[in-house]
Design a protein around this ligand. Structure first.
Ligand SMILES: [Zn+2]
Length: 239
């Protein structure tokens, strides 16, 4: 899976079969946008009092991280459960501090890359508890390579990766996920014995979401739209 701002994107593969897969982060990006606007407003309104501004901004930051973390816990739980039931390994890219290639500098400033690192952290410790292997691969070129023939593009890749010579057209993020699996298969013999992956066969495949996450019995309720009610404190159980 390729890790993006609002989803993990890629493929699930077993033996000779494979299917495109997207694991949505359940609205995390929207939460980030809402809090980004709020922080900007606070900074503007409290420009005359930096100490008050700092305190309010810190509180907004804590609320945002708390909300994002809750959503990501549902996502990582769903993915690890899926991998446990399928007796599968999870392949992710090694995250660099600069983020995967192609993301604009403006976007890097706007939306922090923290959720991407956080989802990896959660997947890794939950997978370890369940005995699900997590394989990390070098992300170099994953978004710029044609998974069918291995050709690399040096120009900018848009929302869709296209290579006419291979009759290949694929969502850029999913495309990166396919290359991540190919990289893992090239370097991991045990994995290569279990999976024979033919990306070309996925030409007309539709992307399926991992789960309808709302259908998962998680116990974590959807928080009300006003985050004001969020205290960020987990109540301790009654004795
Ligand atoms: Zn190609």
């Amino acid at each position: 899976m390729d890790t993006n701002e609002d989803s993990l994107d890629g493929v699930h593969a077993s033996g000779d079969s494979a299917g495109l897969l997207r694991v949505s982060f359940d609205g995390v990006r929207r939460i980030q946008e809402i809090h980004f606007r709020r922080r900007r407003k606070i900074a503007r309104k409290k420009a005359h009092d930096r100490r008050v501004a700092r305190r309010l901004l810190d509180r907004e930051g804590r609320r945002e991280r708390h909300r994002v973390r809750q959503r990501l816990h549902r996502v990582s739980k769903g993915l690890v459960r899926f991998a446990t039931e399928a007796r599968a390994a999870i392949v992710l890219e090694e995250l660099t501090l600069h983020g995967a290639g192609g993301r604009s500098r403006r976007m890097n400033r706007r939306l922090s890359s923290w959720p991407r690192r956080e989802i990896h952290r959660q997947i890794e410790y939950k997978a370890a508890l369940e005995g699900v292997p997590v394989i990390k691969v070098n992300p170099a070129w994953t978004s710029k390579t044609c998974p069918v023939c291995g050709a690399r593009r040096r120009d900018r890749v848009g929302k869709v990766f296209v290579r006419l010579l291979c009759d290949w057209e694929m969502d850029r993020q999913i495309n990166a996920g396919l290359n991540i699996l190919k990289t893992a298969l090239a370097s991991n013999e045990a994995l290569a014995r279990a999976v024979r992956f033919q990306p070309g066969a996925l030409r007309r495949d539709v992307v399926s979401p991992l789960y309808d996450l709302s259908a998962l019995p998680t116990g974590a309720r959807e928080e009300p739209s006003g985050v004001e009610s969020q205290t960020g404190v987990i109540p301790s159980p009654e004795p």
